[in-house]
Write a protein that binds this ligand. Structure first.
Ligand code: BEZ
Ligand code: FE
Length: 291
């Protein structure tokens, strides 16, 4: 219980900090900074933060800064495991009719992926069970979107993205374009679960609170088309036991798809597959652009 005098001191300090932004010439920046300060002070006062805890928090952020470089972004990882990335996506992608839902981007997208033709192979030799992916891209009126650019990327069967090997390989990522009917298809690998990078401060935090670093199995998509809103999303595998505990809160029911498993045999593109494979359909609906 804090005394009335203590309350007054704490409120007075907050008031002075908030008013320090009164002359900020950019109203949006002023709004952001004053709200941030109010919430941060509210946190400190609610939990009665100790000075040792404050020091630990500074050490944590310092360690996150030290491990961050061109290839590793610990702050985004922190935002992801706190659900802040997904909350920001939710705020910025209010449901628009039947448009496909967005989810977290993640740190493993790489620009300039190899182009493959419709029916081509995105795996680039990455280990994993072959997976035939097909679907359409339409707008919210159901009109096919021809020439939409579809970027796909995923972890391999060993739970690693190509960029995590550190040997310049390019695998399990590609892009292709829809045909005049908005259709697309390609070979990928059946997604499997993998942990987010957990050898740094965010991993230590997850361990300290008893949380797993595992992500539910997924295949990333980014779809762009002129005059429509860019969609960043994944599809997830129905039946995956991690769907309810994805460590970055990325799962949305509408993105959980049936990956039908097949014994060796004929495939939709007329091959005779000599090993087990899977097949999924993902029909993508792009929202109108943000005005
Ligand atoms: C990913 O799916 O690639 C990912 C997303 C958030 C954090 C780490 C990885
Ligand atoms: Fe991923």
């Amino acid at each position: 219980m804090t005394s009335a005098e203590q309350e007054r001191r704490e409120a007075d300090l907050l008031d002075r900090v908030v008013h320090s932004f009164d002359d900020c010439p950019d109203p949006r920046l002023r709004q952001l900074m004053t709200a941030l300060v109010r919430h941060l002070h509210g946190f400190v006062r609610e939990v009665r933060l100790t000075e040792e805890e404050w020091t630990k928090a500074i050490e944590f952020l310092t360690a996150a800064g030290h491990i961050t470089d061109d290839r590793r972004q610990e702050f985004i990882l922190l935002s992801d495991v706190l659900g802040l990335s997904m909350q920001t996506i939710a705020v910025n992608n209010e449901a628009h009719g039947n448009a496909t839902e967005a989810t977290v981007f993640g740190p493993f997208f790489v620009a300039n992926s190899p182009e493959i033709p419709i029916g081509g192979d995105s795996s680039g030799g990455a280990p994993g069970e072959p997976c035939w992916v097909e679907g359409t891209v339409t707008d919210t009126e159901g009109q096919p979107v021809a020439g939409a650019r579809i970027e796909v990327w995923e972890a391999d069967d060993d739970g690693l993205y190509d960029v995590q090997y550190g040997d310049d390989r390019i695998a399990a990522r590609a892009h292709l374009f829809t045909d005049e009917g908005g259709r697309y298809s390609f070979w990928a690998i059946t997604p499997t679960p993998y942990p987010i990078p957990h050898d740094g401060p965010v991993g230590q935090l997850l361990a300290a609170v008893g949380r797993s670093p595992m992500r539910a199995s997924h295949l990333h998509f980014m779809v762009t088309a002129e005059g429509l809103r860019t969609l960043v999303t994944h599809i997830f595998v129905r039946g995956d036991e991690l769907l309810g505990s994805d460590t970055v809160f990325g799962v949305k029911e509408s993105l959980v798809k049936d990956f039908r498993r097949h014994a060796p045999g004929p495939t939709p593109d007329g091959r005779a597959m000599d090993r087990a494979w899977s097949q999924v359909t993902f029909d993508i609906v792009l929202a109108p652009p943000l005005s």
